[in-house]
Design a protein around this ligand. Structure first.
Ligand code: ADP
Ligand code: MG
Length: 301
C-alpha cells in the first residue's frame, strides 16, 4: 500500500512506530504535515499540493491530527477522502470526537454509560446546573481540552460556581460532570482497532491529582477488562464511527462509564504498558480493510 501518514512531527513516538510498522510490512510511507498542504476543492479533480508539487496517489491515509489543528487537519483529510483514499479514521468521526459534548450526546443516545453531565450557557443557570448533575464534588471541563488541561475538580458548591463563572466569563465552552470518586484517580484506556480491543491499560493519577493523564504524571499498568468494559469500549468506538479509538472508561459503582473517545490515541503509553505491537495491528487493519474501500462518507457531511 502507498500510505500517507498525516503527522506534524516525524519524531513523535506514534509517528515513528507507524512508519516502522508499515515499512516492515513492505508498504511505502510518506509523512505529510497537514499545515503544509493546500488544496484545490474541485469536484472533477480534487488534489493536494505541498510546496508547489501535487501529491502522488495514495491508497490509504492515516490521520494523526493534533487537537490544535483539528479544523485544517480534518479539511485536508476530507480532501483525501474525496480523492478516494481510504482513511483509517474518517474526518467526520474525528470532528465528532473532538467535541466532548457532541460525543457524549451521541453515546448517550445509544444508551452507553456516562457520568451525569450538564451543559449551560448563562451564568444565571449555574445553580440549577450544579443541582442537575448531583451537586459537588463535580468536574468542570473545557469542551475542546486535551491532555487533562482544562479539567478542574470543584469540591464545594462555591468552588464550582466560581470556576464555572470564570470559564463562562472567558467565553469558553464547558460542561459540568458528576465526579466519579470511587475510581480513585484511575481510569482505563481501551485501545480499539476495528471490532477488537487490542490492548488496555490502567492509568493512575499521581498522588494528590485526580487526572490520570500520562501528560499529568499518571502511571500506566496492564489491566484485565471485564466483558462489560470490553463491550462498552467497542460500542463507544462504533457509535463515534471510529475504526481506531482510545476509549477512556471510569470504573464506577454502577458499571463502566465512558469519559471520552480519542480519535488519535497515542501509542507510546499503551505499547510500553502492554508490550503489544499496536502500530503493527493498525497497519494490519488497513491491509484487511483498505481494499474493500469501506469509506462510509467519502468526505461528505
Ligand atoms: P482530557 O481530554 O483533557 O484528557 P478527560 O475528560 O479525559 O479530559 O479528563 C482528564 C482526566 O480527569 C481523566 O483521565 C480522569 O482521570 C479525570 N476525570 C475526568 N472526568 C472525571 C469524572 N467525571 N470523574 C472522575 N475523574 C474524572
Ligand atoms: Mg482524557
Amino acid at each position: 500500500m502507498r500510505i500517507a501518514l498525516l503527522s506534524r512531527n516525524p519524531d513523535l513516538y506514534s509517528t515513528r512506530r507507524l512508519k516502522e510498522a508499515a515499512l516492515e510490512r513492505g508498504h511505502e510511507v510518506r509523512i505529510i504535515d497537514v499545515l503544509r498542504c493546500y488544496m484545490d476543492i474541485n469536484i472533477q479533480n480534487p488534489s493536494i499540493h505541498v510546496k508547489g508539487v501535487e501529491l502522488p496517489p495514495f491508497d490509504v491515509v492515516i490521520p494523526r491530527i493534533g487537537a490544535s489543528v483539528t479544523t485544517y487537519g480534518t479539511a485536508v483529510l476530507r480532501q483525501f477522502e474525496m480523492m478516494g483514499v481510504y482513511p483509517l479514521n474518517e474526518s467526520v468521526a474525528i470532528t465528532r470526537s473532538r467535541d466532548k459534548l457532541r460525543s457524549l450526546q451521541l453515546l448517550s443516545r445509544k444508551g452507553i454509560g456516562l457520568p451525569v453531565t450538564g451543559y449551560a450557557n448563562k451564568p444565571s443557570d449555574i445553580p440549577d446546573l450544579i443541582d442537575m448533575v448531583g451537586g459537588p464534588p463535580l468536574v468542570v471541563k473545557l469542551l475542546e481540552g486535551t491532555q487533562g488541561i482544562g479539567v478542574v475538580l470543584a469540591e464545594t458548591r462555591k468552588a464550582a460556581e466560581s470556576v464555572i463563572e470564570a470559564f463562562m466569563g472567558l467565553k469558553a465552552d464547558i460542561m459540568v460532570q458528576e465526579y466519579i470518586g470511587e475510581s480513585g484517580g484511575a481510569d482505563i484506556r481501551c485501545f480499539v482497532i476495528g471490532d477488537k480491543v487490542v490492548a488496555a491499560m490502567q492509568r493512575q493519577a499521581a498522588p494528590g491529582e485526580f487526572r490520570s493523564n500520562l501528560h499529568r504524571g499518571g502511571t500506566a499498568s496492564l489491566v484485565r477488562l471485564s466483558p462489560a468494559e470490553r463491550a462498552t469500549a467497542l460500542r463507544a468506538a462504533k457509535t463515534m464511527g471510529l475504526n481506531v479509538a482510545g476509549v477512556d472508561i471510569l470504573r464506577s459503582n454502577h458499571g463502566p462509564l465512558v469519559m471520552e473517545v480519542n480519535s488519535s490515541p497515542g501509542l507510546e503509553g499503551i505499547e510500553a504498558a502492554t508490550g503489544k505491537d499496536v502500530a503493527g495491528a493498525i497497519i494490519g487493519f488497513m491491509e484487511k480493510n483498505a481494499r474493500q474501500s469501506r469509506t462510509q462518507t467519502r468526505g461528505r457531511g
